[in-house]
Design a protein around this ligand. Structure first.
Ligand code: ZN
Length: 226
């Protein structure tokens, strides 16, 4: 799960979303309004910006898979009472997610006792603040704080009933990336002992690492615990 900071929308797209939201707020059916709006040319920049935020491979912002990726609502638009339909066209409520994650999450959206979301929103926060990578299993797990308490957001986000972060196929992809990153670093250390030019070593390492990243794992390896 990688951090995908939100990009600003152009004015015309912001106004388009606002107008659609007003239609829903006035009482029109949220599903029908969403379906209609999704096929309008004015909606295209929404998808394009989410794809750009998700990184070069435009994958699911939750699990990192590339199959059936489409626009997802962080706060579900169907959730009752009527609160979440009022966020259906909020730019900051839209993410990019795969079919499987969308299906599992459905209209569920766990909250803590103070009514704060328990799912990580990768556009608002860095997932690695709540998660760690487990090299032995290639799964993601909740991060523990200094007092020995697991991150509630990390626990909820890795719940297999809600999202597919730890499905076997995803862990296999993560494992391949982990091994490639390790090989790239080990190769560099070996060549360092052979007195190769540091500039060449650095260039080769950066190239190999850029190709090896999967779903923000590179950040965990080089800038976090790894
Ligand atoms: Zn997914």
């Amino acid at each position: 799960m990688r951090h995908c900071p939100r990009r600003p929308l152009d004015r015309a797209t912001r106004e388009f979303l606002r107008d659609q939201q007003l239609v829903v707020n006035a009482g029109d059916d949220v599903e029908a309004t969403w379906k209609r709006a999704r096929h309008m040319p004015a909606f295209r920049p929404v998808l394009q910006n989410l794809q750009a935020m998700a990184g070069p491979t435009e994958r699911c912002m939750y699990c990192g898979d590339s199959r059936g990726v489409t626009v997802e609502h962080c706060y579900p638009k169907r959730k009752s009472p009527t609160e979440y339909p009022r966020r259906a066209f909020w730019w900051r409520n839209l993410l990019l997610a795969c079919d499987d994650c969308q299906r599992r999450k459905g209209s569920r959206f766990p909250m803590d006792a103070r009514h704060r979301p328990l799912l990580i929103d990768p556009t608002r926060e860095n997932p690695w603040d709540h998660l760690v990578f487990v090299p032995e299993t290639c799964e993601l797990a909740a991060r523990y704080d200094g007092a020995g308490q697991p991150s509630p957001k990390g626990q909820t986000t890795t719940d297999p009933h809600l999202l597919r972060l730890n499905d076997q196929a995803i862990c296999e992809q993560r494992g391949r990336a982990w091994r490639r990153i390790r090989r790239a670093v080990q190769d560099t250390l070996r060549r360092l002992g052979e007195d190769e030019t540091p500039d060449v070593l650095q260039r080769d390492l950066v190239e190999q690492l850029r190709d090896a990243d999967f779903d923000g794992l590179l950040e965990w390896c080089l800038a976090r615990d790894g």
